[in-house]
Design a protein around this ligand. Structure first.
Ligand SMILES: Cc1cc2nc3c(=O)[nH]c(=O)nc-3n(C[C@H](O)[C@H](O)[C@H](O)COP(=O)(O)OP(=O)(O)OC[C@H]3O[C@@H](n4cnc5c(N)ncnc54)[C@H](O)[C@@H]3O)c2cc1C
Length: 208
């Protein structure tokens, strides 16, 4: 079974994990590592230490669906609405500029519930406080080192953190000849794109 590591438990990493699970016929062992103590990345929801019902979204606070994305991603919105993860935003927001064909959604359990939904669906092993520092090729596997603990080996590594943080990584990853594919990845909701750097040893292990 191919071992796949996704680095980053933000929107890009969580959705990537869910789509890999959904779209891949072959059995995969999926693992997600994040250096933070919880999932969400720039869509994190913080809770009051005194009352867990009292939460605040520290990054993105509502989701704007443009007419372009509505067509392309309708099934994703339908799924999140059906699970109660998203609800239409009906209250006015001061200063909000609405364009024709756009609609807005909020996440009643906090915006990080979108990420938690996809991580749950992926069935991946999620490990927090795992800060990746180095990626090297060892015996046809990617050996991934972190700040604490022993390095681990994977067949495929998907990096979903912001590009400046990817560029800080050490090891063979800095040698572009080891990189099979670098592709821009449009995150589900936002016109601002995240980037996925995808490292894989043998595509046939992964292809359906
Ligand atoms: C205040 C704020 C408001 C925003 N509002 C909007 C908005 O209205 N509309 C819009 O389009 N966008 C908005 N955004 C941007 C949106 O939140 C991001 O585009 C989106 O969340 C990015 O998701 P991501 O998964 O690509 O990256 P991230 O959320 O950054 O996830 C990357 C993850 O990688 C982890 N990581 C990084 N380095 C390592 C490492 N070495 N090892 C392990 N893990 C690592 C990080 O901890 C993080 O969890 C906003 C952002 C902020 C901060």
């Amino acid at each position: 079974m191919a071992r796949v590591l996704i680095v980053g438990a933000g929107l890009t990493g969580s959705l990537c994990a869910a789509l890999l699970r959904r779209e891949t016929a072959r059995p995969l062992h999926l693992t997600v590592w994040d250096k933070a103590g919880d999932s969400g990345g720039r869509m994190i929801t913080a809770s009051s230490p005194h009352n867990s019902q009292c939460t605040v979204d520290l990054g993105a606070q509502y989701i704007t669906c443009t007419s372009h994305h509505a067509k392309k991603h309708q099934s994703f919105y339908d799924e999140l609405l059906a699970h109660g993860v998203l609800k239409p935003l009906t209250s006015p927001i001061e200063g909000m500029v609405m364009k024709d064909g756009e609609c807005n959604f909020v996440a009643p359990q906090g915006v990080s519930s979108i990420i938690k939904h996809y991580l749950k669906e992926s069935g991946a092993d999620i490990c927090f406080r795992q800060c990746v520092t180095q990626i090297n090729l060892r015996n046809d596997k990617w050996e991934v080192s972190k700040e604490t603990g022993s390095p681990e080996q994977f067949d495929i590594v998907v990096l979903t953190m912001p590009v400046p943080q990817i560029l800080q990584l050490q090891g063979d990853i800095t040698n572009s000849s080891g990189t099979k594919l670098l592709m821009p990845f449009l995150t589900l909701f936002f016109p601002i794109s995240g980037y996925i750097l995808w490292l894989q040893i043998s595509y046939h292990q992964f292809a359906p």
